[in-house]
Every structure is written in C-alpha cells, then in structure tokens.
Design a binder for this molecule. Structure first.
Ligand code: URA
Length: 157
C-alpha cells in the first residue's frame, strides 16, 4: 500500500490467495473492494491495506485471541509508521481490536476517536459482497470517506 495515505484499511486475516501471494485482499474480497474504491475514484495505490493477523488461520477459522495478541506488535508498528489519520476496520475482528464494545450492525459507518486516530468500522467486504442489504450499507459508508479525508486535512492545516 501507499505509506503516505490518509486512510489505513485493516482486515481480519489473509485468505488462501492472500497467504500464497503474501499480499492482503487479492482474492474475491479484494476484487470487490477494488470495485468499491473505484466508485469513489480511489485506487488501491491511494490507500494502505493490511490485516490484524498476518497468516491464514487453518481451515479459514476465526483468528484466536492468542493469534491476535501475537501479531499486535507488528500491527502497532504499521499503524505508527503509516500514521494515517483515518483507520477503516473491515469486519468484526478489526473493529474489536480498537473498539471492544462496538457492534457492527449498530456502529458501522460511525466515527470513533481512539488514541488520536479516527476509527471507522465497516462491514467486511466478504459479507458485503454476499448480502445485498449489507452491500447497500457498505456502499453508503464508503461514499462518506472522501469527505472524512477532506475534514482530516483541514484539521491538519
Ligand atoms: N479477508 C481479510 O480479512 N483479509 C484479506 O486479506 C483477505 C480476505
């Protein structure tokens, strides 16, 4: 991703394709995400994208608390280096990393201040690509991002 980006996207864990290629969101969820980014005039090169857990959990199971804790130092360092003002979490696991009490159906699209970052929970692209009602909400949330970026630039200057 782009280390000078304004928005850092954080997913859950690599899928099979991602694990093989060592790159996040290159499979079906990634293709969906690319199409959605295009809808707001953004490309993958405009953002930085990573995952909470850096290797694929066996059988695609949920990452365990131990796995999440093991990768925490890497993610913390990434967040620090990228220093994007806005973090979009994709799915429950990334949301709970920042907001342990949040609920995705209630809090998606809302903005939260966490350690100086603006954290915006989104549904996971895999869920949004499968369920039309979730897709509609993902789409609304995503289309609000460019204005949020403009807002964060104003605060900086
Ligand atoms: N799902 C994720 O959460 N991350 C990926 O990189 C791919 C699919």
């Amino acid at each position: 991703g782009n280390p000078d980006c304004k928005v850092l996207f954080i997913g859950e864990a690599p899928g099979k394709q991602e694990d093989m290629q060592g790159r996040p969101f290159v499979g079906r969820s990634g293709q969906f995400l690319d199409r959605e980014l295009e809808a707001i005039g953004w490309r993958r090169e405009d953002i930085y994208i990573t995952n909470i857990v850096k290797r694929r959990p066996p059988e695609n199971r949920d990452p365990t608390p131990k796995e999440i804790a093991a990768y925490r130092p890497y993610l913390e360092r990434q967040i620090e280096i990228i220093a994007a003002p806005i973090v979009v979490t994709l799915g429950r696991f990334a949301m709970h990393y920042f907001l342990p009490d949040a609920t995705i159906s209630r809090d998606h699209g809302a903005t939260f201040r966490v350690d100086g970052l603006l954290v915006v929970p989104f549904y996971h692209p895999a869920t949004a690509s499968r369920f039309p009602r979730i897709f509609a909400q993902f789409d609304v949330d995503l289309r609000r991002l460019p204005a949020m970026v403009r807002g964060s630039e104003k605060r900086e200057s």
